[in-house]
Design a protein around this ligand. Structure first.
Ligand SMILES: CC(C)(COP(=O)(O)OP(=O)(O)OC[C@H]1O[C@@H](n2cnc3c(N)ncnc32)[C@H](O)[C@@H]1OP(=O)(O)O)[C@@H](O)C(=O)NCCC(=O)NCCS
Length: 326
């Protein structure tokens, strides 16, 4: 293990414990990442005048350290909020994902397998999603990997992005609470329309880029069919797979009516006892560090420039508003 347990614990407790225990787990997670930033090799090297062509080297070191330290940060947050702060030491004999599960307090071999799947599929799928793009954007100012990744995590905490896994599971649970687990197709249709008519989106469906069922949804479904086919939330989601896409299509504006990764992940964690829904996005964040980190290393190795959005004129803006209002 790359991290020093005791030293890390002191750093984390000083920063995270300053927040109310009721703060959202993602807020506590970001604060923990910022607490680690003081050890940035990149920041030191930049301060010492390391030339641009060599900046990928401390970026690489920071990314490895960051990835290694996230399971202790994530488990610190979980145990602080939900388990009276009683921490569990890392087990060096376990792989990365299994150790994460172990430090959270879950040692069931099926949960370890689930965590391996979870960490693998949430790492990244392309650089255009909000968390990955934000990491790249902030890193383009030569902010170190800790600063860049903390920004990524803040993007991930939005309900249209990573927090959708929390929202999707809460929504599934609300259906069961309202209708019971023997819900009929007609009841489900009504519930979906009720959600849409109240101005909400159906979390766990749709995507900014994909135009078919998210492959990460499908591999989680395979896992569920193998390990928890009778789980009521899984059975409900399977029914929704038939019900939601035609309704979203009927809206006439949704480009992809199919389910995404976030529809499925929460119910799997829930099945093995990690039922604190508000915490689930933190695990997404741990995994996403691998995608963001790899991208940051490439950005510096290729010497990519500062990223700027395109700007528009007042005329463009006026026309845009007129078209929207028409
Ligand atoms: C992911 C998401 C943000 C992509 O947004 P996008 O790129 O704007 O998607 P689209 O181009 O298909 O959106 C067109 C319209 O359909 C709506 N739409 C898209 N998905 C929808 C959904 N699941 N439920 C309701 N409406 C949806 C959008 O809000 C938008 O409406 P507007 O024009 O009134 O603003 C969107 O599908 C969504 O909100 N999904 C639910 C949240 C979610 O699961 N996020 C995790 C994604 S991995």
């Amino acid at each position: 293990m790359l991290y020093q347990k005791n030293c890390l614990r002191a750093q984390l407790s000083q920063v995270i414990d300053a927040l109310p225990v009721t703060a959202h787990p993602m807020t506590q997670f970001t604060a923990g990442i910022m607490a680690l930033q003081v050890e940035s090799e990149f920041q030191k090297a930049y301060g010492n005048g390391l030339p641009k062509s060599k900046l990928w080297e401390p970026t690489y070191e920071d990314c490895l350290n960051l990835i290694a330290r996230l399971p202790p940060v994530a488990s610190y947050v979980y145990r602080r909020i939900f388990k009276d702060g009683k921490s569990i030491e890392a087990d060096d004999s376990l792989d990365y994902a299994a150790n994460l599960s172990h430090m959270l307090g879950f040692d069931d071999p099926r949960m370890l397998e689930l965590m391996r799947l979870h960490v693998t599929i949430h790492a990244d799928h392309e650089g255009g999603n909000i968390s990955s793009h934000t990491g790249h954007l902030v890193g383009s100012a030569l902010s170190d990997p800790y600063l860049s990744f903390a920004s990524s995590v803040n993007g991930l905490a939005g309900p249209l992005h990573g927090l959708a896994n929390q929202e999707a599971l809460l929504w599934l649970k609300s259906i069961i609470q309202e209708t019971g687990s023997d819900v009929t197709t007609d009841q489900l249709k009504d519930y979906v329309w009720k959600t849409l008519k109240s101005g909400k989106v159906v979390h766990g469906f749709g995507h900014g880029v994909l135009r078919r069922t998210d492959p990460r949804y499908l591999c989680q479904r395979e896992f569920a069919l193998k390990y928890l086919p009778e789980d009521p939330l899984f059975q409900l989601l399977s029914k929704l797979y038939e019900v939601v896409p035609p309704i979203l299509t009927e809206l006439g504006k949704v480009k992809n009516p199919w389910p995404n990764v976030d529809a499925h992940s929460g119910l799997l964690l829930n099945h093995f006892g990690l039922s604190e829904t508000r915490y689930h996005t933190v695990l997404f964040g741990v995994s996403r560090s691998m995608g963001v980190g790899s991208q940051l290393i490439w950005d510096r190795a290729l010497g990519l420039p500062l990223e700027r959005p395109k700007s528009v004129t007042m005329e463009w803006l006026e026309n845009y508003c007129k078209n929207k209002a028409a």
